[in-house]
Design a binder for this molecule. Structure first.
Ligand code: HEC
Length: 293
């Protein structure tokens, strides 16, 4: 009898463990065939992409690139068959409820946003034709100059057309950044005109280095294969104020700047040390005196 119970426990355990480690993610039957209330079109797919890039890309990686975060179980690439064999209803359910590391988005994303995500996923479905086709990046080159007198940054953008000729890159946003110790700080964006040129008016309150020099870096956005270009330094900023206390290599450059607590604890420590040495010397003398007498 006891043996039989043992066997039963083993069998039950075996199946429950099996169930636990199996990667099967079951969706209740009534949720599987829920229809997407939103139309599958470019606008909705684009909106879904925006949410995906913000909320999901960090784990799932970019579609079709198999660059998901190394987790166990792995977050499937959304273009993969593992993801695409889900029905739209199943996708919506899984996004809403989550499982293990996969967060539940019921509270953080509205129902509408979750369906927009499903629309974006459908862009990679083998049974549907994609509405959002990402063109390969355009090879482009940037150049520019800084006019300190007019307080103007002028950028020029060109690209290689299909015939391999350089052509002006028109109506394209160019990002303007300034170099900082921690990286590049965006300060604005300009759109190129029919000549592939654009002007950026340098704001008056821009902080430069100690002497007011600012280094501009210009770049193109997504869809372009273009190097960032560092324009020369120009004296167009307000000089950065260096705090009086922190001069190069010196903590307190003059005695006037020392905080009172630090002066007192310094004097206290030094004084204490001298008093201790004095006391020890005094005691030694006393011992010497006693041994003589
Ligand atoms: C913290 C990392 C993480 C984030 C963020 C994340 N996921 Fe996941 N996702 C996972 C993991 C891990 C799995 C696999 C879970 C499993 O199979 O147990 C998964 C699975 C899924 C699945 C089910 C795939 C299947 O096998 O059927 C869907 C659908 C999904 N994620 C959508 C999303 C969407 C949409 C977002 C953003 C709103 C998102 N995920 C954000 C980690 C993440």
């Amino acid at each position: 009898m006891i043996k039989k119970i043992n066997l039963l426990i083993v069998v039950v355990l075996f199946f429950s463990v099996q169930h636990g480690i199996s990667q099967e993610w079951l969706v209740p039957a009534d949720k599987q065939n829920v229809k997407n209330p939103l139309e599958y079109n470019l606008e909705n797919v684009k909106k879904g992409k925006e949410i995906f890039m913000r909320e999901c890309k960090s784990c799932h990686g970019e579609p079709g690139k198999n660059n998901a975060l190394a987790l166990t179980p792995a977050p499937p690439d959304i273009a993969s068959s593992k993801m695409q064999k889900n029905s739209e209803g199943e996708m919506f359910y899984k996004i809403s409820t989550g499982k293990g590391i996969m967060p539940s988005f019921k509270a953080t994303l509205s129902e509408n946003e979750r369906w927009l995500l499903v629309n974006y996923f459908m862009n990679f479905n083998p049974k549907k034709s994609p509405v959002l086709v990402v063109a390969p990046p355009i090879k482009a080159t940037l150049s520019g100059r800084v006019d300190a007198g007019k307080k103007l940054v002028t950028v020029f953008a060109e690209f290689k057309n299909k015939k391999g000729e350089q052509e002006k890159l028109t109506e394209t946003p160019v990002n303007i950044c300034i170099e900082r110790a921690f990286g590049n700080l965006p300060v604005g964006q300009v759109i190129t005109n029919n000549n592939g040129a654009a002007d950026f008016k340098i704001p008056n309150n821009l902080i430069g280095d100690e002497e007011g020099f600012v280094t501009f870096v210009v770049s193109l956005g997504e869809g372009f294969d273009a190097k960032k270009v560092v324009l020369g330094k120009a004296k167009v900023g307000t000089p950065k104020e260096t705090p009086k206390l922190i001069r190069k290599g010196v903590i307190w450059s003059t005695n006037d700047n020392i905080p009172m607590w630090m002066l007192l604890s310094y004097l206290g420590a030094i004084g204490g040390a001298w008093i201790t040495i004095g006391y020890v010397v005094f005691q030694i003398m006393r011992i010497k005196g006693m041994s003589k007498g």
